[in-house]
Write a protein that binds this ligand. Structure first.
Ligand code: ADP
Ligand code: MG
Length: 674
């Protein structure tokens, strides 16, 4: 709807050059810009409650005139004075330069008055006055954010004018069957009613229609892009060895959950299809994404290609390497690992084996995307914790083969449609189930006052042979933030529990130091690991059963959920203590969500509502689309339908001429890029 009516503003009746300039300065260039500038609220004439009469501020009242209107001429100016009464209080009204008012209004009239309130003499400096007519339904008068120096009533008239003159020409984007299906109204009506609704019903219909339309048009462009890509990006359909895959799956130490089976099917279909896979695999912490990636990589290998998996840290890469070695132990596959710490000689041999095709699967860190890394025939790439890599990094790995299928993995589950909208044209698979038999982690929100209890609890678990994580947001003391910090906490715990082995982990350690700390914890040479959030991702120490998170209100809920996911990975009951602020507060209530649920999707949903999508996705994902009326969080149901409809129309080539014209720029730019 961006280019609705490119007609320049000067062609609109009643706009003089000065006003035109003002509107231009505020970014309004076309009639469409005006029409698409929606009211941010309605009801400019809602009476101001008496306790909100603030000196010097604008007030609105429905009042009765209780005096004659008296004209005087102080210092050669016309001044009209009269009294009105509302809330049983009499206010003196003063209007300069408007002698005609004395003709129009009389004592006893019911009027609607707006003006600036002055407390010292209980008076109102008149702005607007009109006869009060209850049937006018003053609460539906639109209120706009305004260009500098322009009045609401004036601006309102331009909008009305624009709608009146151009209403007939508003194109209808939505096909009839869709409009009928959801009882949406024609766009021309919707726009008119959105600006000037006569009742709540009209406003509701207008909003529904425009929200749907905004999502629909956005998703339609995505759909067309995706359709173009599937047509032109000719991948190589891979001939998978299904029998070999089946044997591999059967020999795994566990049975796949049905959610895992479903996403494996989706992935294998992509590998076999003539287009390139570009798929995001979402699954809660512990939902078993690694084994799914193993099946994807094995699928590609079974059809004669090499596969690679890239993880954001050395620790994670090592961990994947170990898990995958176990999974592939029964096969004759050749797996290798390449990271920044791979020694020169080993690296040279590895690169040679990779280039000759001896290595089937390569696991690693960013080291994988360096130039000397050359594959003989790379066919499938898995990127773990995809949000930790930049677009360019992901692209570089993909470019190491001819037609590489890519699977991105993410443990921050967000609603499916939202994910697809945020990440453009990626397909999304979701593992929405945990393997059976997981014990829910017992979670409790506590405060710093519980220090002794926390220590006692730690000691008890450690005495049983378990291990614990203590996480806090900052590394060092900060003067501005009153937060627990890792170094102080580390010293404190060492003193409090002198017999226990305590480790310290934070982002300022060199990579090799980090690995050493982590390895020690894995080997159970340390009992308690004090850390900043660097341990957040994927670390797997099944013997750790306690997670204590300090200053938890500094974290998003999804992040807390990730941290909590570091425990509960073994056979023992696990616990998460969330140290929040004292007393009852909004941020404490938010933390208590963690006590109520362990479902990452539910938590993400809550987080999204609480923080808003911009904050939730963070700067890296700033590609989120902006809508004028529709809200990505509140209106997810509409988004789901609009997306499904747009994809159906795009892929079944059911575009109306209006829609065809709308997506034309997408088609053109796609052709140019190829
Ligand atoms: P994440 O999705 O967080 O990366 P992982 O892939 O690390 O999860 O899996 C967590 C643990 O669950 C691993 O120890 C893995 O071997 C195990 N696992 C995965 N799938 C299943 C399953 N279907 N049944 C039982 N255990 C499973
Ligand atoms: Mg993982």
């Amino acid at each position: 709807m961006e280019n609705l009516f490119p007609t320049p503003l000067e062609q609109l009746r009643g706009i003089g050059p000065k006003t035109q300039q003002r509107l231009n300065d505020a970014g309004f260039r076309t009639v469409g810009d005006l029409i698409m500038h929606f009211p941010y609220r309605y009801g400019d004439y809602t009476p101001t409650p008496i306790d909100q009469f603030i000196d010097g501020e604008k007030v609105t009242m429905i009042a009765t005139i209780v005096s004659p209107l008296v004209i005087s001429r102080p210092r050669a100016k016309v001044l009209v004075k009269f009294n009105v009464q509302t809330y049983g209080i009499v206010f003196a009204v003063q209007a300069f330069g408007r002698a005609y008012l004395a003709q129009q209004f009389h004592s006893g009239d019911q009027v609607l008055v707006t003006g600036k309130y002055q407390a010292k003499n209980q008076s109102v400096q008149l702005d607007e006055i009109k006869a009060y007519q209850p049937e006018q339904l003053a609460q539906f008068v639109p209120v706009y954010s305004l260009p500098v120096g322009m009045k609401q009533s004036y601006f309102r008239e331009f909008i009305a004018q624009a709608l009146q003159d151009y209403c007939q020409q508003i194109p209808e984007y939505l096909p009839d069957d869709i409009r009928e299906r959801y009882k949406l109204i024609p766009l021309a009506n919707a726009l008119t009613w959105l600006h000037f609704p006569q009742n709540a019903q009209q406003l509701k219909h207008a909003k529904r229609t425009i929200k749907y339309l905004e999502f629909f048009l956005f998703e339609l462009k995505l759909a067309i892009k995706s359709r173009c890509q599937k047509q032109t990006q000719v991948g190589t359909p891979k001939q998978l060895d299904i029998l070999q895959l089946r044997d591999f799956e059967a020999a795994l130490p566990f049975e796949l959950t049905s959610a895992q089976q479903k996403v494996v099917r989706e992935i294998l279909q992509d590998l076999q299809a003539p287009w390139l896979m570009n798929r995001l695999l979402q699954g809660d912490v512990g939902s078993g994404k690694t084994v799914v990636s193993a099946l994807a990589m094995f699928g590609a290998v079974s059809s004669g290609y090499q596969s690679a998996l890239m993880a954001p840290t050395e620790i994670l890469a090592q961990q994947h390497y170990q898990s995958l070695q176990q999974f592939f132990a029964q096969t004759s596959l050749n797996i290798a690992i390449l990271t920044g710490s791979t020694k020169v000689k080993a690296r040279r041999e590895l690169l040679a084996a990779l280039a000759s095709g001896e290595i089937d699967i390569l696991i690693g860190t960013h080291a994988l995307i360096e130039d000397p890394v050359v594959f003989a025939k790379l066919g499938c790439v898995v990127v773990d914790e995809q949000h930790r890599f930049g677009v360019k990094q992901r692209q570089r790995l993909r470019n190491k083969g001819e037609a590489v299928d890519v699977l991105y993995m993410s443990a921050t589950p967000i609603p499916r449609t939202l994910a697809m909208t945020a990440w453009g044209d990626m397909d999304v698979s979701v593992i929405d189930q945990l393997p059976a038999g997981r014990k829910p982690i017992t979670t409790k929100v506590v405060t710093k006052k519980h220090w002794n209890e926390i220590i006692a609890f730690l000691e008890r678990e450690v005495a049983k042979g378990r291990q614990a994580y203590l996480v806090c947001p900052l590394i060092e003391e900060s003067e501005t933030l009153d937060v627990q910090n890792a170094i102080a906490l580390f010293e404190n715990i060492k003193q409090t529990l002198p017999k226990r082995q305590v480790g310290l982990m934070h982002g300022r350690l060199a990579p090799s130091e980090k690995d050493e700390v982590m390895e020690k914890f894995k080997r159970h040479e340390t009992d308690i690991l004090v850390s900043t959030t660097v341990i957040e991702v994927g670390v797997n120490v099944p013997n750790a059963t306690v997670m204590v998170i300090y200053d938890a209100n500094r974290f998003g809920l999804s992040q807390l959920h990730q941290l909590r996911g570091r425990v509960g990975r073994g056979e023992h009951q696990s616990y998460c203590l969330i140290v929040g602020p004292d007393g009852q507060s909004e941020s404490r209530e938010r933390l208590e969500v963690m006590e109520k649920t362990t479902d990452g999707f539910e938590i993400a949903q809550y987080d999204l509502e609480f923080r808003g999508p911009g904050d939730f996705f963070g700067a890296k994902q700033s590609g989120l689309p902006q809508f004028r009326l529709a809200d990505l969080i509140e209106d997810q149901v509409i988004l789901n339908f609009a997306r499904a409809d747009a994809y159906e129309i795009a892929f079944q080539h059911k575009l109306t001429p209006t829609l065809q014209a709308y997506v034309e720029p997408v088609l053109t730019s796609h052709q140019q890029n190829d």
